[in-house]
Design a protein around this ligand. Structure first.
Ligand SMILES: [Zn+2]
Ligand SMILES: [Zn+2]
Length: 336
């Protein structure tokens, strides 16, 4: 089978031929249909994950079909359409794992970072961490739901977004655009905060009620003027400064959730937080049950990202282009 391999920090991806792996006990062999390119994949090559194992097949936004089952795997059959996500596996017996919060397990393993991921024609995954795809979900467009979609959906609900909530989303990129559509479908009122006025038409197309260009307008004041503040702010931009600038745009008792962040310290003004009982939290992607809910909600409300399918051989150049900040929609490797 063909695969793309990350061989070390700073090295470009190399395209290789490998044997198709055989599933051991508890494992599922997936014939991969599509794998999204995520900024995590780029950050892997930039050395942001000291626990990464090289060489490794990157990619954790995976859809495919079950090709073979190892011993002891239940609930799946050969030919089933499935997805595999960021969480590759966990210990299975700590308090987090037994309560369904496997994403918080201290022994968690990460697809495409500690274990081979989806930049390959086949992949091996753990039985309990492979999620059936709802019927009718296009497997190429659905690939980014396994990470960007899960992160957006789970962040919104962990922060308490519900019908009637006033939700502000900072950044309408991969995670942010989905967060806007999920929040609208949940029945929330939605504001989008972008940097320049250029993003307004797109944000409104996604269903946003209002748009704030933070280069021109103080985003916190704009949220207070919009709806007396937001109940939930989702930071989907990879910028702590953007989160800080919007903080006092929260209504009293409001919650900001960080899905995007950078490597700088996060600076928060404490007095308005205390006086208004504000919360700031962060949220990683999610556990297997969160992905089930994300996929069911996406299928029901027909929420799929705009994707650009590419061949595996174009993955190295496409990752480079992402590093250079070029847009062009979410790129997804599609296998024939
Ligand atoms: Zn555990
Ligand atoms: Zn990702």
């Amino acid at each position: 089978m063909r695969a793309a391999l990350a061989t070390g920090v700073g090295a470009p991806l190399s395209l290789v031929e490998r044997d198709i792996p055989e599933p051991g006990p508890g494992e599922v062999l997936v014939k991969i249909t599509a794998c999204g390119l995520c900024f995590t994949d780029l950050n892997l090559l930039r050395g942001h994950y000291p626990f990464a194992r090289f060489p490794i097949v990157p990619g954790h936004e995976i859809t495919g079909t079950v090709a073979a089952l190892g011993g002891g795997v239940t609930g799946l059959s050969v030919g089933d359409a499935v997805g595999a996500q960021f969480l590759y596996g966990s210990c299975g017996h700590c308090d987090y794992c037994v309560s369904g919060d496997q994403i918080l397990c201290r022994a968690k393993r990460i697809t495409g970072i500690t274990d081979d991921g989806g930049y390959a024609e086949y992949g091996l995954f753990k039985g309990g961490y492979v999620t059936p795809l709802p019927a009718g979900l296009d497997p190429v467009a659905a690939a980014p739901l396994m990470c960007a979609g899960l992160t957006a959906f789970n962040g919104l609900r962990r922060a308490g977004a519900t019908a009637g909530s006033r939700v502000a989303v900072i950044g309408a990129g991969g995670i942010g655009a989905l967060a806007v559509r999920y929040a609208v479908a949940m029945g929330a009122r939605v504001a989008v905060i972008g940097r320049s006025a250029k993003g307004e038409a797109y944000a409104k197309e996604l269903g946003a009620e209002t748009y704030v260009a933070s280069r021109e307008t103080d985003p916190a004041a704009a949220l207070r003027a919009w709806a007396d503040g937001a109940d939930v702010i989702v930071n989907a931009a990879p910028s702590n400064e953007a989160a800080s600038a919007a903080l006092t745009g929260l209504a009293p008792d409001g919650t900001m959730v960080l899905c995007g962040y950078d490597t700088t310290p996060l600076i928060l003004r404490a007095q308005p937080m205390v006086l208004n009982r504000l919360r700031v939290m962060a949220s990683p992607s999610g556990s297997p049950h969160d992905l089930r809910d994300t996929l069911a909600f996406s299928a029901r409300h027909r929420i799929l990202p705009e994707v650009t399918p590419i061949g595996l051989d174009r993955a190295p150049a496409a990752l480079d282009a992402m590093g250079g900040g070029s847009g062009g929609g979410r790129r997804v490797i599609a296998f024939a």
